[in-house]
Design a protein around this ligand. Structure first.
Ligand SMILES: NC(=O)c1ccc[n+]([C@@H]2O[C@H](COP(=O)([O-])OP(=O)(O)OC[C@H]3O[C@@H](n4cnc5c(N)ncnc54)[C@H](OP(=O)(O)O)[C@@H]3O)[C@@H](O)[C@H]2O)c1
Length: 305
């Protein structure tokens, strides 16, 4: 079954599908990302999330090229996101870094380019203390050059976002940050909405994901019978309930899976609707617990959390 996700209109005027495939893995076997992206496109995904630091833009590009060659999709139907890493925050670095990504992705433009984090580092990994306002000017330049259709940020806090908004000629179209049932982020989502910025939830499965054994003891959401009962009533999995909860809040989701059946499940969210009462049940699991604190960055000047 091929599922088509609805789209949301960004402030840039372009449409973004509200479900995308996440592609980050601490460790991936060669070919695994290519295979996952191909399965995803076959299942109906048209939105793929990658980043320079994931070191998989080449495989994402191969998968896209294969599917275009097979005639399954056209470039225009796809929405591809990649992200600028922290060591390329100098204004002059933004353009050549994106060009390198485009070359790996075998694309002539990117749909969405994000500043991955507000922090910056030099080649030794030390704090480069580059103001992300400078980086944003580089981001605006690539839109003017026609190399990115939309630009945005990721992992910015409210104050950092406010600074960008106060100087931006082109406003961020998207803010990508961690949102899931145990980190509900109502405050930041409401703030972002005020400026017509679309929230994209990374790690949308949070503690429901099967990848995080280190969070043992915090797994009430995996075992709580109330959520189990709810999943059973809708004929869906706990993970699908979590993703549906996010999209009903107007949030775009980018769940990662390299497993064919789960890639399909994570897009199969459009044949049911959670009642307000059930939305409140999912919301009640909030622990303000961050799966991705990126603590090694905590010593850097613009660490956001
Ligand atoms: N901007 C940023 O700083 C940032 C940070 C983190 C992530 N991201 C992006 O967001 C994407 C998603 O976040 P994430 O990868 O951290 O976490 P996630 O998507 O919430 O969870 C991924 C994990 O959940 C498992 N999983 C997937 N579908 C499942 C299902 N239906 N039921 C049970 N388990 C399931 C996957 O395993 P299998 O692969 O084995 O199926 C994988 O181990 C990333 O891949 C990346 O593209 C961005």
């Amino acid at each position: 079954m091929v599922v088509k996700a609805p789209t949301v209109k960004l402030s840039s005027g372009y449409e973004m599908p509200i479900v995308g495939l996440g592609t980050y893995a601490r460790k991936a076997e060669p070919g695994q990302v290519r295979q996952a992206v191909e399965w995803a496109i076959e299942a109906g995904y048209r939105h793929i999330d990658t980043a320079t630091i994931y070191r998989n833009e080449g495989e994402v590009g191969e998968a896209i090229a294969n599917k275009i060659k097979q005639g399954l999709i056209t470039r225009e139907e796809l929405f591809i996101t990649t992200k600028l890493w922290n060591d390329k925050h100098a204004e002059a670095d933004v353009l050549p870094t994106l060009q390198e990504s485009l070359s790996k992705l075998k694309l002539s433009y990117i749909d969405l380019y994000l500043i991955h984090w507000p922090v910056s580092i030099n080649e030794k990994g030390e704090d480069a203390e580059i103001d992300y306002i400078e980086t944003w000017r580089g981001m605006e330049n690539i839109v003017k050059l026609g190399l990115a259709r939309s630009i945005g940020v990721s992992n910015f806090n409210k104050e950092q976002l406010t600074r960008i908004l106060s100087v931006a000629q082109i406003k961020p179209a998207v803010h990508q940050f961690e949102i899931n049932p145990t980190l509900t982020q109502h405050d930041l989502v409401n703030y972002v909405n005020q400026y017509s910025i679309v929230s994209v939830a990374y790690t949308p499965l949070g503690l429901l994901s099967n990848a995080r054994p280190e969070f043992a003891g915090k797994d009430v959401i995996k075992t709580d019978p109330k959520l189990g009962e709810l999943a059973q009533r809708y004929g869906k999995t706990r993970a699908q309930i979590a993703l549906r909860y996010l999209i009903q809040r107007g949030i775009t989701v980018i769940p990662k899976s390299f497993t064919k059946s789960r890639i399909e499940d994570n897009l199969n969210l459009f044949d049911f609707e959670l009642s307000q009462e059930d939305m409140d049940v999912v919301d009640s699991y909030n622990l303000n617990f961050r799966c991705v604190p990126s603590l090694p960055m905590a010593k850097l000047k613009n660490y956001p959390f």
